[in-house]
Design a protein around this ligand. Structure first.
Ligand code: ADP
Ligand code: MG
Length: 620
């Protein structure tokens, strides 16, 4: 038996490894299993080259727990190591790069992404084990060896008898890490990190003894991974069903995806993956962290915030790239040029897909529009390039459920909805029920009303206005009557100035002047006698400020809403008011005003009770 001391620049690396990676012990399994995969793939590669002429046999990786012995074993039938290789790859390489690792990242918090990259992979075993054994037999003619280390820089190495080619790593789990001897724990970790590894992985309770193996017994274990996940295949070999099946594999509880994009890039970086457009639920609790990042089929993270633009994190799916640097801090990632290229590539692909769907099958696209609108608008708001690419396939829906691109829509409304200053005015409702009377009113004037009711639409409207000259959006309850009634229909007031003054004063008696402004307008006798409207600009400011955006300087969110009470001076009811006694007039105005509020669902509490009482009395 050989004894030796592991080559370390630092006195003793183990306490540091433990401390450094304290929060993320579980990744040891990912590291050891991916080493096993590497070793197996290397052997397969050698076999393909004719360098290895033996039988490959079943190359499944086996993982087993022995609760009595408190061991966790990871065994592969890969290329194995000779004694010299163990010394070289395990003792020296690992630790020289460990020194480098420590020098570079003394202050860094998130060690988990660093570990694999610096060859500390194998040594992560010492986070959960106080003793680690390696039993390994190379594919080359050489005696098998056993290496053992107890977490001090001392190791032992001896020749042994070993039946199979390959490597067995045995972890003697330490007392603080006994959870890793639990079946369900290991199973869930394998699911998380190893689900799509390219070599079959078997996991079972017990390991077969050498005797059992000789008798040809098969281990009681199940394969826990899918070795050829959809994203690694050629798009042409996959059906829609295959894509949907794979989606379900990733998100068992999700709705079916709307559509997907198969990414396949090999220049200037390597990237494969499938991104799905999920059916977002209406509750707007947008689920992020749904894209999973893989590196050669090894799960790395589901926090891809730095790799894909924020708005793309609304998508689901898988990105696999060996070229994304996993070894550095977040701020570095953001400035990394590969990451930037990946970023813009993905966003271009997504935009192209949208444009393609829109052009190829508009009916289907329209059907799905409401499910993707939030995502598209979010993207347009956050990325100018994306805006340019999808603008022509961004749709507006009107209250009749017809869909238009902005250009189409402008064309449709330009005659009826250009105001006296030459601005195109796009009317929109946020709630068809609540704003029913306004919508009807607008429609009766030959105006069209859009429906814009998602959380993002306030911002989207601002964006559309800033990108399109002479284009204004007005909510249907804004004061649209003043400048949008077609000119030929502009109506003269039948009241003279004195009568108007009288009427205005009477109305002002009944309203809270801080909040409500009375405005007289000569509308059609068929229009409502009174109407509540809101100042578009003030309302938007208030909403923005309530959402925490816009200029908070005014604290607009705290102000009561400003309303206009539009009084139709041509309505017989209002004309009739002039004839009444002051007392009678006030009584009726009160009733009219309450009715206007009621139609807006704004009459509440005591005012509502009083209104109902009064109405009963009137009915008698
Ligand atoms: P890395 O995988 O980044 O090279 P590790 O610390 O995980 O770093 O492993 C160090 C080296 O030990 C590997 O490069 C490989 O040569 C060797 N090794 C580790 N595990 C195995 C294994 N199961 N079979 C063969 N060689 C292995
Ligand atoms: Mg490794």
């Amino acid at each position: 038996m050989e004894r030796g001391s592991i080559h370390v620049q630092t006195e003793n690396i183990f306490p540091i490894i433990k401390k450094f990676l304290y929060s993320d012990h579980e990744i040891f399994l990912r590291e050891l299993v991916s080493n096993a995969v590497d070793a197996t793939q290397k052997l397969k590669g050698l076999a393909a080259l004719g360098e290895f002429k033996g039988e490959l046999g079943d190359v499944s990786i086996q993982i087993a727990i022995d609760k009595e012995k408190k061991t966790l074993t990871i065994a592969d039938k890969g290329l194995g190591m000779t004694g010299d290789e163990v010394k070289k790859y395990i003792n020296q390489v690992a630790f020289s790069s460990a020194g480098e690792f420590l020098d570079k990242f003394k202050g860094v918090e998130d060690g988990k992404t660093i570990i694999g990259h610096f060859g500390l992979g194998f040594y992560s075993a010492f986070m959960v084990a106080d003793r680690v054994e390696i039993f390994t037999k190379s594919y080359q003619e050489a005696p098998a060896v056993r290496w053992e280390c107890d977490g001090s820089p001392e190791f032992t190495l001896e020749e042994i008898e070993k039946q199979d080619r390959g490597t067995e790593i045995v972890l003697h789990i330490n007392d603080e890490s006994l959870e890793f001897l639990e079946d369900h724990k290991i199973r869930s970790l394998l699911k998380k990190y190893c689900k799509f590894l390219p070599i079959p992985i078997q996991f079972g309770e017990k390991f077969l003894s050498e005797e059992d193996k000789k008798e040809g017994k098969l281990p009681e274990a199940d394969i826990v991974n899918i070795t050829d996940p959809a994203w690694t295949k050629q798009p042409s070999s996959l059906t829609d069903d295959n894509y949907i099946q794979f989606y379900k594999e990733l998100y068992p509880f999700a709705h079916e995806p709307l559509f997907w994009i198969h990414l396949n890039v090999d220049y200037p970086f390597n990237l494969t993956g499938i991104l799905y457009f999920p059916k977002l639920n209406k509750g707007y609790e947008v689920e992020k962290n749904k894209i999973h990042l893989y590196c050669n089929q090894v799960f790395v993270t589901d926090n891809v915030g730095e790799i894909v633009p924020e708005y793309l994190t609304l998508l689901h799916g898988v990105i696999d790239s060996p070229d994304i640097p996993l070894n550095v801090s977040r701020s570095y990632l953001q400035s990394d040029s590969n990451v930037k290229k990946i970023n813009s590539h993905i966003s271009k692909k997504v935009a192209d897909k949208l444009a393609e769907l829109f052009q190829k099958d508009r009916a289907v696209y329209e059907q799905k529009w409401n499910d993707i609108a939030l995502f598209v608008k979010y993207g347009m708001l956050s990325d100018d390039k994306f805006y340019e690419r999808v603008n022509a396939s961004c749709l507006l829906e009107n209250v009749e459920n017809q869909f238009f691109t902005l250009e189409e829509y402008k064309e449709k409304i330009k005659d009826a909805q250009t105001d006296k200053d030459g601005n195109l005015v796009l009317l929109y409702a946020v709630d068809k029920e609540q704003q029913h009377s306004y919508i009807q009113d607008a429609q009766s004037r030959g105006l069209d009303v859009l429906i814009l009711n998602s959380v993002i639409d306030n911002h989207f409207i601002q964006l559309a206005e800033s990108k399109n000259e002479k284009t204004q959006f007005k909510r249907v309850d804004a004061d649209i009557t003043s400048n949008l009634i077609p000119k030929e229909e502009t109506i003269e007031s039948v009241m003279n100035d004195e009568q108007k003054e009288k009427l205005k004063n009477s109305f002002e008696e009944q309203v809270d002047k801080m909040q409500v402004q009375v405005e007289l307008k000569p509308l059609s006798p068929n229009d409502a006698p009174v109407l509540i409207t809101r100042n578009e600009f003030m309302r938007r400011m208030k909403e923005m400020s309530a959402m925490g955006g816009g200029s908070n300087m005014f604290m607009m969110g705290d102000l009561p809403e400003q309303l206009n009470l539009v009084v139709n001076t041509n309505h017989p009811l209002n004309i009739g008011l002039l004839e009444k006694s002051e007392e009678e007039r006030q009584k009726r105005i009160k009733q009219l005003y309450d009715l206007a509020l009621l139609s807006q669902n704004m009459l509440k509490g005591e005012a509502l009770t009083n209104f109902v009482k009064r109405s009963f009395e009137l009915a008698i």
